[in-house]
Design a protein. Sequence first.
Length: 492
Amino acid sequence: MSDASDVLGALASGLAVDTAESGKKAIEVLRARSPELFELSEQTGEDLVATSVSFIDVLLATLRVEDELPWKEYDLRARAHGRLRAAQGVPLESAIEVLAVYRRATVELLTPPLEGKPQSGEVLALAQRRLESVIERLTSTIARGYLDYLDEEHRIRENELYGLAAIAAVMGRSLDITDTAEVALAETLAAFGLDAGAIWLRERASHRLVHSIGLEPDEMDDFVSRLGPDVRAAVSAVGSSESRVDGVVGHDGWNALRAQLRVGGRAIGMMSVGTRRDRIFGASELLTMAAVADQIAIALDRARQFSNEARTDHLTGLANRREFERAIEREVALAERHDRQIAVMMIDVDNLKKINDRHGHSTGDGALKLVAQELQRVMRASDVCARLGGDEFAVAMPETDLHRAGEVARRLRNSIQAMNLGARSTNTVEVSIGLGEWKPEMDWQSLVQVADVALYDDKRHRKEARRWSSAERKSPTLRLGGGAGRRRIAGG
């Protein structure tokens, strides 16, 4: 037996000098048995020949019993190999089958030199027993590598689920959009172990940055160009979540996740989170991010609805008094700082009380909605239209002088008159309009007061005109040239 052992040891030492050819032959067998490894190597750039040679060298070394083998190193390498294959999604059965291929390749290396030798059968039997023992050990070690990976993945998933629960819990604490975005980003970065991120909300055809974390001002443009909402992306996560997530790996230094935030089939915004450290995101992380994004989307949508309700008149959908005052104060400050023009239009529905008394408040509400509708149709998108309460409306008109504002007021009158002519009801809507133009050193309250005074001036003139018109109808013998006269727009 000792002679067979010596022969085997000497043969293994000689063969270990050059195992590259055996590695190539092993690759041909693997190509047939495990084609998924070749697809994987093309994606990752792994040198399968070098991997095969490494394993065959270990197997040959174990046949030289006189040598003290570095089993600690072999175990670490096999365990790391198992972790790698598990991370790559290679089934454990496939990894074990590959070991069988390496064992077969090693035996084929031993066979030719032993042909015709007296002890060939004994030497090969000894080699088979030793290789079987080594393969069993390597199989166990590789399996431990798989378990290491699964345990780590379990901890990651546990942290992510804890983060998801934390995000869901804290999302309900605030109805402020900025606060909600800040909490969402901070919790997401903590849950996924990332360093920086940003959230944008969709507004019409564009996106507005709401909040960012971990990004200096000079880094923001680069972050947006790489991971912003307008960069084309390939959706990578397909699951039950509404929000769509794609991973950006190794793109100019950023390893990141980007989520399109969706609620009820609507895209309401975008969130990008990432790190410049090495990081590979698996399918489970993409799906977890999608679940997180759903929670964030719901919270942001709720906060935006609350914000809109706090700024919007519930009946007409226009800005309310508080929002109008904020807008006009902001526009006056801009006009003063940049020497711009701004005009204010005040509108009052003259006969709302009569409509309410005769036909009920639902009809009166309908009249207010129609006025709001005509305001939105006539005014520009940059103008701020508001219902101040009751029958009062107001419009802040940036970059507009008094002459231009007068033209817009006349268009509004004509629009309301056309609305009256086209209405089925006999209840016509009558409005008075006052205009004010900002002058240097004037604050926003003074500007509104100028337009308000002009409004009541117009209301008085219109009332007088109606009185004269009524008197003329009652006394046909009395003739005043021009009838009731033209309506005058105060301030125009």
